[in-house]
Design a protein around this ligand. Sequence first.
Ligand code: MN3
Length: 382
Amino acid sequence: MSNLTKIAIFGSTGSIGKSSLEVIAHYPDKFEVTYLSTNQNIELLTEQAKKFKPKGVIVCDDKSFQTLKNSNLLSCKVLPIEGLIEAAQSDEVDVVIAAMVGFAGLESSLEAVKNKKRIALANKETLVVAGHLITKLAKENNAIIVPIDSEHSAIYQCLLGEKRENISKIILTASGGPFLNRPLSEFKNITIAEALKHPNWKMGNKITIDSATLMNKGLEVIEAHWLFGVNKESIDVLIHPQSIVHSMVEFKDGSVKAQLGIPDMKLPIQYALSYPDRLDYNFAKMDFEKYNTLTFFKPDLNKFKCLDLAYKSLNYGGTYPVALNAANEVAVKMFLNNNLSFNDIPELIEKALEKNNFSAEPNLEEIIECDRVTREFCSNFV
Ligand code: MN3
């Protein structure tokens, strides 16, 4: 038996997946990759599998799965989408890095929690749509969820050794994205290329657009609510354009703890893998002299309606966050395909929320149904 921590990466060809492999490559004496997965990027998956030698790889898109399977390029198991569940149940997995994009990450994350795996959670949509289910399951199974999202990793670290009842508020910081200083009247002219240019973080397309609309921060408010058991009145958002303070917690005595670092996802990824321990960090570190000005101010909810819609959805609860997430996924895809203008993203989401068929504590089937119906509604919207 080896003492290596066995890691499955769901979504290994995306931005978080690639950074995870960079971290893992530094610690061959600590970590071992046992499963990798992609949706369609079989070229990169093949390259990763040759380097990291997992037991199996999973290809979610069926056509891409057939192509890779028939190519005989890999000596390990090549599995279709059902392989995510197999990996989530496998004895060959201790930690699942949940790094798939969007709603697609839900079922495999639930399965991993049921099987008492540690979840290093980058897929915030899982908590947004099914926070009540996954946190309950995690509690029942003593499964640990360590967030990879930089803000939540910060809060997680600030809360170590603290009692929940002593939290007075959580302060999520937001870079503000590329349109912080652009007037709302010009939002309709925003191009895809402009929206994909994030000032501080290099990320995948979906989350980069979410950062430009501030929906990303809205999803993170909901994520924080479930991860830390704090109500929405106690979760504030502050714009902090330098992205150095990754988030803060204020306690009832007025003391504030913050976690700081350069904006690089490798840091929260490594922490989620090494927790509760810390490992040497082989990448760039914080140089305070380079950042002598840190600024903070309130977001403009009239300009960034998506953040407001997320707060409202959390307030209504039940299936509203499911509809919010589904409508947002469709709206972002439509924007990236040039079928929706930037300022129509919140409009479409608002319409979908009005149509939502409310259920207070949806089970998995109801969540899947609400997701499906909302996507259908939004896709037919022209
Ligand atoms: Mn984040």
